[in-house]
Write a protein that binds this ligand. Structure first.
Ligand code: CA
Ligand code: CA
Ligand code: CA
Ligand code: CA
Length: 596
């Protein structure tokens, strides 16, 4: 006993060091902040702001548009569905479901809304890769047959919103969707001039003169920002680069690919983010006739002919070898560059002071690789960004140089951002399938525990070959597997999670998992605990997740739970899935469910 008391501080110190080691080793990976990736995203350096979950349960969402306060249309890339989220709930039926080709970055990609809602006229512009068969994923191998078919095209349609459905589609632009399956672009915005702006990339093949391939094919609509009226026509008297179709629809060109455009609310000027080939991601101010330089220049560097994934020499301010349409096309350098790719996506101007006056009309940029949000101030003339220290050269030369511009993290793949009618910033998370928003902390609401899963009143039950013990506030699950086959062992807790509406449910676990076989899987799962079983004899899985650390180190993870786990009898299950003979242990040190 005395020995144990002496050991306790040492064990505590060891666990603390182990935890710090985990933090540091994650930090050295790609993202300082990814330790938070399974909780709510966090805001750095501003204690007055926090993130909230608006909706969870979307399937690979790519883009969104507001119909009104708490009324959002969201696109699901691979299904071709336009879902509608009203007051934090998804309507039972999508507003539209089209057939999309969905390989790589193909799918339903861009949306914006225009019209006069008070007169009941709402037009929805949708950009998607249209399937050539009456199914989604026609360009992939199907379950039983591998006979992929090329898509019909990357197409921009105008729909009308009537009785909650998108109807009367009208094809405005019919653009190529081949030869490549990537770099389809996608962002659609109705500009302050009421015209429709769309970006499409080079489809992985910079083969036209719009990609600065001076001996290439004629313009085909790819590699640029296209601008048309809401009826799909070129703008009368404003053919920037030339009169022939489709050259007359180009607002900018030389764009490898983009997932984000927005208009400066003060100047009306267009900005974009662009994606380089493993180097040279960009933020650009786009004047009419802008040439971004691809495929000759990316970032500030000439393309390297011997290895297209590595930057070549720095190009002069007027690079040679560009197509300029008799001087009508004008190259300019980006306003910001990431040397190592982060894959920037959405760009949004904060045309609101609801997050604080210091952010009014500032730029936010999201990325897909790290799930980070980056913040930029503009200069007085709003022609560039205010950049200091190691960023004064306009280049994040290393990931560490991003430190001063990372505003938020843990968004797990940002695909779109919009300032809502309420003035808060809404952020779409691709991998979480979630809409978050950033709001001010008006009052600190303490996290209230709904249920402590290790409470003495909570009796866990073993199943399969598990033995369990509940000592000193730790629940330990042991599996001594002597069978060579895969075996599901579990402990479960029959319980009920009561909670109040409009709160975010979080499951917090501190655990140590290890297996001397190295091939056990540990997971946590919530199932319905009704007296009825599904037809296959199982109980319905409401939510599940893997436990990610099996190193034997103490690990803290937080999980956002869906609303449907609450207010009904459930079983919380801890699984140890063994695939051979051995000892497997899962020790739960802390487990509670709270709401935010
Ligand atoms: Ca579909
Ligand atoms: Ca460029
Ligand atoms: Ca500012
Ligand atoms: Ca730098």
């Amino acid at each position: 006993m005395t020995q144990f008391n002496m050991l306790c501080p040492l064990i505590g110190l060891f666990l603390f060091i182990a935890f710090i080691w985990i933090l540091v080793s994650i930090g050295h990976n790609t993202d300082y902040y990814s330790v938070h990736a399974y909780g709510l995203p966090i805001i750095h350096n501003d204690p007055n702001l926090k993130t909230e979950l608006v909706f969870l349960g979307l399937d690979h969402p790519t883009s969104m548009a507001f119909l009104g306060a708490d009324d959002i249309l969201v696109l699901e890339k691979n299904n071709g569905t336009v879902q509608r989220i009203v007051n934090g709930n998804m309507l039972d039926e999508p507003a539209l479901d089209v057939n999309v080709a969905n390989k790589r970055t193909r799918g339903i990609l861009g949306i914006d809304v225009a019209g006069n809602p008070t007169r009941g006229q709402i037009y929805v512009f949708l950009y998607y890769t249209e399937s050539s068969r009456g199914i989604d994923g026609s360009d992939n191998c199907q379950v039983d047959v591998c006979n992929p078919a090329e898509p019909l095209g990357n197409r921009l349609y105008k729909y009308e919103l009537r009785d909650g459905k998108l109807v009367s589609p009208r094809l405005l632009l019919d653009l190529p969707a081949t030869p490549g399956t990537g770099e389809n672009g996608g962002p659609v915005r109705v500009g302050p001039d009421k015209n429709v702006y769309l970006v499409i990339g080079d489809l992985l093949h910079p083969r036209t003169i719009m990609s600065n391939n001076s001996t290439g094919l004629p313009p085909d609509g790819t590699s640029g920002v296209l601008r048309i009226t809401q009826d799909g026509q070129p703008i009368t008297g404003e053919n920037i680069l030339g009169d022939a179709d489709p050259l007359n629809k180009y607002y900018a060109y030389g764009i490898r690919n983009s997932f984000g455009i927005d208009f400066d609310p003060l100047t009306g000027k267009l900005w974009d983010t662009e994606n380089g080939p493993l180097y040279g991601d960009e933020i650009n101010l786009i004047e009419p006739g802008f040439n971004s330089g691809s495929s000759v220049v990316q970032g500030i560097w000439y393309s390297n002919p011997s290895n297209l994934s590595i930057a070549g020499n720095v190009a002069p301010l007027k690079p040679h070898g560009l197509v300029d349409f008799d001087g009508k096309g004008k190259y300019s350098n980006p306003e910001f560059i990431w040397l190592d790719t982060i894959s920037p996506t959405a760009i949004a101007f904060i045309n609101s002071d609801k997050l604080g006056k210091k952010y009014s009309n500032d730029i936010m940029v999201g990325d897909i690789n790290n799930g980070n949000l980056y913040h930029f101030d503009l200069n007085d003339k709003r022609t560039g960004l205010i950049l200091k220290g190691k960023l004064a050269d306009k280049v994040a030369d290393t990931y560490a140089e991003n430190k001063d511009i990372i505003f938020g993290s843990g968004f797990r793949g940002i695909t779109d951002m919009q300032v809502g009618p309420d003035g808060y910033l809404y952020i779409l998370s691709y991998y979480d399938g979630a809409i978050y928003r950033i709001v001010p902390i008006k009052s600190i609401i303490p996290r209230q525990s709904i249920i402590n899963l290790l409470d003495n009143n909570q009796i866990w039950k073993p199943f399969g070959q598990t033995t369990i013990s509940q000592n000193d506030g730790t629940l330990t699950i042991n599996v001594d597997s002597n069978k060579p086959l895969k075996i599901y062992n579990r402990s479960f807790l029959p319980t009920k999670i009561n909670y109040h509406m409009n709160k975010t449910l979080l499951l917090n676990l501190d655990y140590v998992s290890k297996s001397d076989m190295g091939n056990a899987t540990f997971s946590v799962q919530i199932r319905e605990n009704s007296s009825t079983y599904n037809t296959n004899g199982t109980k319905k899985i409401l939510w599940s997740s893997l436990l990610h650390n099996t190193s034997g180190n103490l690990t803290s993870e937080s999980f956002i739970l869906p609303d449907e786990v609450a207010n009904k009898p459930v079983e919380i299950r801890l699984y140890v899935i063994t695939e051979g003979k051995g000892q497997h242990t899962l020790a739960i040190k802390k487990a509670n469910i709270v709401y935010l």
